[in-house]
Design a protein around this ligand. Structure first.
Ligand code: HEM
Ligand SMILES: Nc1nc2c(c(=O)[nH]1)N[C@H]1C(S)=C(S)[C@@H](COP(=O)(O)O)O[C@H]1N2
Ligand SMILES: [Mo]
Length: 425
């Protein structure tokens, strides 16, 4: 048996491994394995995972986590938050685009990731596990790379499909996991890029431990295998991307999370995240007699407004989408209500409106409170909406009143609002 010093671990214990053992190089027989396939899959992942990492970090910034603890799922991030910036309100579809790309691309890359792992799986079996300190370090970096990739993809998919199964902790796990995985990824790319580029340029493949010692008969060409992987990705893409649109296109999103409330048709017929029933909102608390909005501001100024009082204030319109961190979004809906900056003016902030802390009627649940930054309050399209698409908000979309802010993640568009506290946070 040839010992190539790398995958030739079969003889490391001085006796050959039986062919039935995955630690034996002759166990892996697919003639498709080799640096050409691995390099092509690697190049696709290089582009795709870089975009995933960037859109993921941007998604965290979009919450304005440094503004208030209620916006921050990862308060112990330390220097990993170095890049955070005040989230803008333009263009108004910014979060919709960012999160649509993040989730759709992540799902589309699953076949590529699995194919990449398949293409290098013989390398994951080496005995002894580490031959030297350098080799041990390299093995640990591969563990972080492969483990990190699987962890990020699995937690991401579980979150969008099972609807916050790890409430709160998902964001934290996915955020820290992204840094560990990406660090290992950068190291891996730095080590493999020269070889990748040579493999893609040359016709003759480099000598590589991936080429099987004892190849089986091919049943499909390498190009065929790449098309197969690409076809899988395409299938996932066309059954996912529709969740960012309405109507017939949305119905193509077979993989989008369902089982939630059906939005139905009519003015309120767009996707609902949590229903009023789920959030424990009772009709008795939202009625004209019962519901009051409390607005607090400078020097303890405080007003209580009924829905009728709000209707007497100047009403403004804005066409804005709902874009959820889970990767679904709606097209622009036509909202109508009172500008947040006009409400700030009622409690002593006639100029330069400050930040605002928003509280819902909802008593439990992670999204019952949120904080908006001064630039978001100041934007004339930021509303306490009372109507959507020409009619009263439906109970599930936040009746009697909800926040809607351009470019912000859905989470910050608090429904069933009960109190607004203006002031620097
Ligand atoms: C999710 C991301 C990735 C994972 C989980 C992954 C995993 C792996 C693993 C476990 C190996 C075997 C390691 C070894 O024995 O040295 C490997 C080899 C390799 N990877 Fe990656 N990789 C990823 C991304 C990439 C990228 C982005 C590139 C290209 C820039 C790339 C190019 C290569 C090459 C050329 C090899 C060596 C093939 C050979 O030795 O013949 N990989 N990869
Ligand atoms: N009070 C309250 N507001 C909330 C939520 C919630 O659970 N409770 N969910 C938020 C999330 S995560 C999203 S994506 C949007 C969804 O709004 P929609 O159901 O009207 O589409 O509402 C946000 N506002
Ligand atoms: Mo959301």
């Amino acid at each position: 048996m040839v010992r190539d010093g790398y995958s030739g671990s079969a003889s490391a214990y001085g006796r050959p491994m039986p062919r039935s053992s995955p630690f034996s190089p002759s166990f892996w027989r697919s003639p498709l394995r080799g640096p050409w396939l691995t390099s092509w899959l690697g190049v696709v992942l290089l582009g795709g995972i870089t975009v995933l990492f960037v859109t993921g970090l941007v998604s965290y910034a979009a919450y304005n986590p440094n503004l208030s603890p209620v916006n921050d799922q990862t308060p112990d991030k330390g220097i990993l938050g170095f890049y955070l910036f005040p989230w803008p309100t333009d263009p108004h579809w910014l979060y919709r685009l960012n999160q649509g790309v993040h989730v759709t691309l992540g799902i589309t890359l699953i076949p590529v990731l699995l194919a990449k792992l398949w293409s290098v799986v013989p390398r994951l079996f080496t005995l002894p596990p580490a031959r030297s300190l350098a080799h041990a370090l390299e093995r640990i970096s591969l563990l972080l790379l492969v483990g990190g990739a699987l962890f990020e993809f699995v937690t991401g998919v579980l979150n969008v499909q099972l609807d916050y199964i790890f409430p709160g902790s998902f964001y934290t796990l996915h955020f820290y996991g992204a840094w560990v995985f990406f660090a290992a990824f950068v190291a891996h790319v730095a080590l493999k890029l020269p070889m990748t580029l040579r493999n893609l340029r040359q016709l003759r493949e480099e000598r590589s431990g991936l080429v099987p010692a004892d190849p089986a008969e091919p049943t499909v060409s390498r190009r065929g295998a790449l098309w197969f992987v690409g076809g899988g990705s395409l299938l996932l893409f066309v059954t996912t991307v529709g969740q960012n649109f309405d109507g017939a296109l949305r119905r193509t999103a077979l993989l989008a999370p369902h089982g939630g409330a059906e939005p139905g048709s009519g003015p309120g017929g767009f996707q609902i995240n949590k229903t009023a029933a789920y959030a424990g909102i009772r009709e008795s608390e939202t009625s004209a007699e019962a519901w009051r909005l409390v607005v607090e501001g400078r020097d303890g100024r405080r007003v209580r407004l009924s829905r009728a009082d709000l209707l007497d204030l100047p009403l403004r319109s804005a066409a804005l989408p709902i874009a959820c961190v889970e990767g679904w979004s709606t097209s622009d809906q036509w909202w109508r209500g009172v500008r947040l900056r006009d409400l700030a003016a009622l409690v002593g902030y006639a100029e330069d409106p400050p930040d605002v802390f928003v509280e819902s009627l909802q008593r439990r649940g992670a999204f019952r409170r949120s904080a908006l930054r001064a630039n978001q309050v100041a934007d004339s399209r930021s509303l306490l909406a009372l109507f959507v698409n020409g009619e009263d908000l439906t109970p599930d979309h936040g009746y009697p009143a909800r926040v809607i802010v351009p470019a912000a993640p859905g989470v910050l568009n608090t429904k069933w609002v009960a109190r607004l506290t203006f002031g620097d946070l």
